[in-house]
Design a protein around this ligand. Structure first.
Ligand code: BDR
Ligand code: CA
Length: 313
């Protein structure tokens, strides 16, 4: 199998960290060309730090890390310390990272990489607000035609929103960026809340990760314990939903997921529903599909994959 070249754009976040771990644990399938930090769950100074903490935890201090946008394209920042804690990675005590951030801006890294690699070979994996990708598209519209696929965690449709009744966090933070991306013509795969809410970090699943007995596994368990407390209270479920690793899991085992090609438009005007992903699941609008929207997942298969891969770190 040819290794898939990926860029991970991210705002860690404990679930972002789980996604990055899954990617680094899968070097036979995935080549991580670089990681770009974006403001989201917490400000950029923390997300940049957190990306590097995860790289070092995975034994990859050599991974190129870039800093991107400090705020959404047009709106003031919205953060989620109430979910992820003050640092975005609360839950485990880890040393401050020593690996450097690269000098280049993340937006220029994305553009340069897409232009220098053969067209149709680089996959963008977005785990946070779409600000960096939208800024790259605004600066270099030609990159839309060079992306193999953009696989993103964001949005929700039958499941509704998680930061407002209508909007999911990543889209809500920068709806204008999401609109730019969804109208760019890039091939998009969307992992909405409809999928991620099926992936609960139940006691039984987390115990299997803990049983691996390695340091990365224990850190992940500690992060998940912190991260799930907010959602457990909110949803009353056994465990919280694990969002961002769906993006990487899709690259490794697409057969775990099912969905359909749909048109997706982003609401940017309405005060009540700003950030809503209007998914034409029933194809009633006549608008052309612009994304592969996932709706279902084999949850046990997903956790088996995550556990088996984390064991390799
Ligand atoms: C998304 O928002 C963030 O809090 C998570 O990291 C995930 O990317 C879920 O709505
Ligand atoms: Ca995230």
């Amino acid at each position: 199998m040819q290794r898939r070249k990926i860029i991970i754009d991210t705002d860690p976040g404990q679930d972002d960290a789980a996604a990055i771990m899954l990617a680094f644990a899968s070097p036979e399938e995935l080549e991580v060309l670089g990681l770009s930090a974006v403001a989201g769950n917490v400000p950029l100074s923390y997300t940049s730090r957190n990306v590097r903490i995860v790289c070092e935890l995975c034994g990859r201090p050599d991974a190129p890390v870039y800093e991107g946008a400090q705020k959404p394209t047009v709106r003031p920042p919205v953060t989620a310390e109430h979910v992820h804690g003050r640092t975005g990675l609360d839950g485990a005590e880890l040393p401050e990272p020593t690996m450097p951030v690269r000098d280049q801006h993340a937006v220029d890294f994305i553009i340069e990489t897409l232009r220098s690699e053969p067209a149709g070979t680089v996959t963008l994996c977005t785990l946070g607000p779409l600000t960096n990708v939208a800024l790259a598209l605004q600066k270099a519209p030609d990159i839309a035609g060079r992306v193999k696929e953009l696989v993103m965690m964001g949005g929700g449709f039958f499941e509704g929103g998680n930061i407002t009744p209508a909007a999911e966090f990543n889209i809500f933070v920068d709806p204008e960026a999401a609109k730019t991306v969804f109208s760019s013509g890039m091939p998009i795969v969307m992992m909405p809340l409809d999928v991620t809410h099926q992936l609960l970090t139940t006691k039984a699943r987390v115990e299997k990760i803990a049983a691996l007995g390695t340091r990365p596994a224990q850190v992940l368990v500690d992060w998940l314990a912190f991260f799930e407390r907010f959602d457990v209270e909110k949803y009353g479920s056994d465990g919280g939903p694990l969002h961002d690793p769906t993006v990487i899991a899709y690259l490794l085992k697409p057969e775990l997921f099912s969905g359909r090609d749909c048109n997706v438009e982003i609401e940017t005007q309405s005060e009540l529903t700003v950030g809503m992903t209007v998914v034409d699941w029933w194809r009633v609008s006549g608008r052309e599909p612009n994304a592969k929207v996932m709706r279902d997942v084999d949850a046990d298969g997903f956790f088996a994959l995550l556990t088996e891969r984390v064991a390799r770190l």
